[in-house]
Ligand binder design. Structure first.
Ligand SMILES: Nc1ncnc2c1ncn2[C@@H]1O[C@H](COP(=O)(O)OP(=O)(O)OP(=O)(O)O)[C@@H](O)[C@H]1O
Length: 492
């Protein structure tokens, strides 16, 4: 049977006959499932050796396999006998879908010797699951990665819901999100997924299923099934991503993540739901928006939850905001405190106090007159703080920022003034006559000379769309590298 494909989606529902015609479209991939022999899979997993075991779930075990003489690495899912219907279901659905957003099916094998079990061969994801990453990894993911993961998962679910007929995954959770080599996340495990129009599925009276903690409370009878059940599970996953706590965790009171997080969100206590293992102060606006989005996804009334399209849009905005904050973090001199309405700086001791350090050529003492804690901000630094504030309020002015080059042939005068040429990677070559490096080590602020201050940015008069930010004075080599950042939109 052929199904329609949304050309914008990277998923294809495939009819092999039509695939030939569509082959040129990069969104379409031919789906040709390979049939492996049981012996082949047995050999490729060293006889399903515990050393090859990647993990166990309620439906069976997953083994690492090396096939085709080492050319193909894969994961082989061996279901427990009672779960063979889940394997059949997974083959049924994954044989029609191919996407970079999901863990695709490569092929299958039938174990004739036992209870005619179906073994699934799926793409191998070398970086484990999101569950491992959030809960057990020694270095938990940073905020920008968390937002990216949330967006990738949301896009995958949106794609599934956007198919014709739609696919409802029914088991969105952190252990079903696997991380590929390039750290991208993909949705896996389609054992419970259902393909079809909601009305048709409801008529089939398939019993509600899912994982405790992620299961939509509205979905208690087959008649209540809708794509909004996935939205609920996604909301739980989002809370897990933000808080770093499990969907159900008896170490917390209340153990249910929804009951624990919602009152905190309603009271605006975003610090309370943040994963404390990572530095977070400046990302509080991001956390706040993620939390609001999660709260909308887990609304008790399914109709009031957003659809995945809306969730993706919202996460795109949050991702932009996180990126702006990251840029701002790089631009902003590290300060003990900023004299602005920045709401995040009063966080218990998380801000680093940074003192001025001096390039090797100058003694610390020779600059001592100028050295200061940066709580005494210069006008430029204050202007930077203004940019940060704008970002927090959601200004999109800083949307386009790109490092395009760095200072070369720079001289630092005894008074701390810097002059030299900017050699950009592109065509622009800017002469910067004098900038005073009022703070060194990893950050500095520019002053005076031929530079003008425009809405908080340092701007060379020669090229009005460049912002010159001294980022690094490499004292070990005496090379003075100053990053030049293009912030065109700010100047509009
Ligand atoms: N394609 C894969 N590549 C690498 N590791 C995988 C792959 N698929 C599964 N795993 C690992 O095996 C574990 C078990 O996966 P499986 O899908 O069987 O169960 P689960 O999702 O953890 O739990 P449940 O079956 O109860 O939903 C996963 O947590 C993951 O660590």
């Amino acid at each position: 049977m052929a199904f329609l494909c949304n050309s914008k989606s990277s998923v294809s529902l495939c009819d092999p006959q039509k695939m030939k015609k569509k082959k040129k479209n990069k969104h379409y991939y031919p789906i040709k499932l390979r049939r492996f022999s049981y012996a082949e899979l047995e050999a490729s997993t060293n006889g399903f050796s515990p050393r090859n075991l990647l993990g166990k779930g309620s439906h069976g075990a997953v083994f690492f396999a090396t096939l085709d003489g080492g050319a193909l690495t894969a994961a082989v899912k061996v279901p427990i006998s009672t779960a063979s219907s889940s394997a059949e279901n997974e083959i049924e659905i994954l044989s029609k879908i191919r996407s970079r957003q999901i863990v695709n099916l490569i092929g299958y094998a039938v174990d004739y010797s036992r209870e005619r079990k179906l073994l699934l061969v799926v793409e191998y994801m070398p970086n484990g699951s999101l569950e491992d990453l959030i809960h057990t990894h020694p270095k938990p993911p940073a905020w920008s990665d968390r937002v990216r993961f949330a967006l990738e998962i949301a896009k995958a679910v949106r794609t599934l819901h956007g198919l014709n007929p739609p696919v409802i995954h029914r088991d969105i959770k952190s252990s079903n999100v696997l991380i590929e080599k390039a750290s991208r996340s993909r949705v896996s495990d389609f054992g419970l997924a259902i393909m079809g129009h909601v009305e048709d599925i409801r008529a089939l009276s398939i019993s509600p299923a899912g994982t405790l903690g992620y299961l939509d409370p509205c979905y208690v009878t087959p008649a209540n099934l809708s794509t909004k059940s996935d939205v609920f599970s996604f909301g739980i996953l989002l809370l897990e991503i933000v808080s770093g706590r499990r969907a159900i965790d008896v170490d917390f009171s209340p153990p249910s993540i929804v009951e624990w997080a919602l009152p905190l969100i309603q009271n605006g206590e975003f610090r309370g739901i943040c994963d404390r293992r990572i530095r977070w102060p400046r990302h509080l606006p991001v956390v706040r928006e993620l939390a609001f989005l999660a709260a909308r996804c887990v609304r008790p009334t399914a109709e009031k939850r957003p659809c995945m399209e809306e969730v993706v849009d919202c996460l795109e905005r949050i991702k932009k905001r996180a990126r702006q904050i990251n840029i701002w973090n790089r631009l902003r001199p590290r300060v003990t405190r900023v004299e602005s309405s920045w709401p995040l700086d009063d966080i218990d001791g998380e801000e680093e106090e940074e003192h001025v350090s001096v390039p090797r050529r100058q003694s610390r003492r020779s600059l001592s007159g100028r050295s200061r804690k940066v709580s005494n901000l210069t006008s430029v630094e204050r202007s930077f703080a203004w940019i940060g504030d704008e970002m927090t309020r959601g200004s999109h002015q800083m949307g386009r920022s790109k490092s395009i080059g760095c200072f070369r042939e720079v001289k630092v005068g005894p008074d701390g003034c810097v002059s030299g040429m900017v050699k950009s990677r592109g065509r622009v070559r800017v002469k910067v006559s004098t900038v005073r490096l009022s703070k060194s080590k990893s950050m500095g602020a520019l002053h005076g000379g031929n530079n003008a201050i425009y809405r908080g940015n340092m701007m060379t008069p020669e090229v009005d769309e460049l912002t010159v930010i001294p980022l690094l004075v490499n004292s070990s080599t005496n090379a003075h590298m100053i990053t030049v950042t293009r912030v065109g939109k700010l100047l509009s």
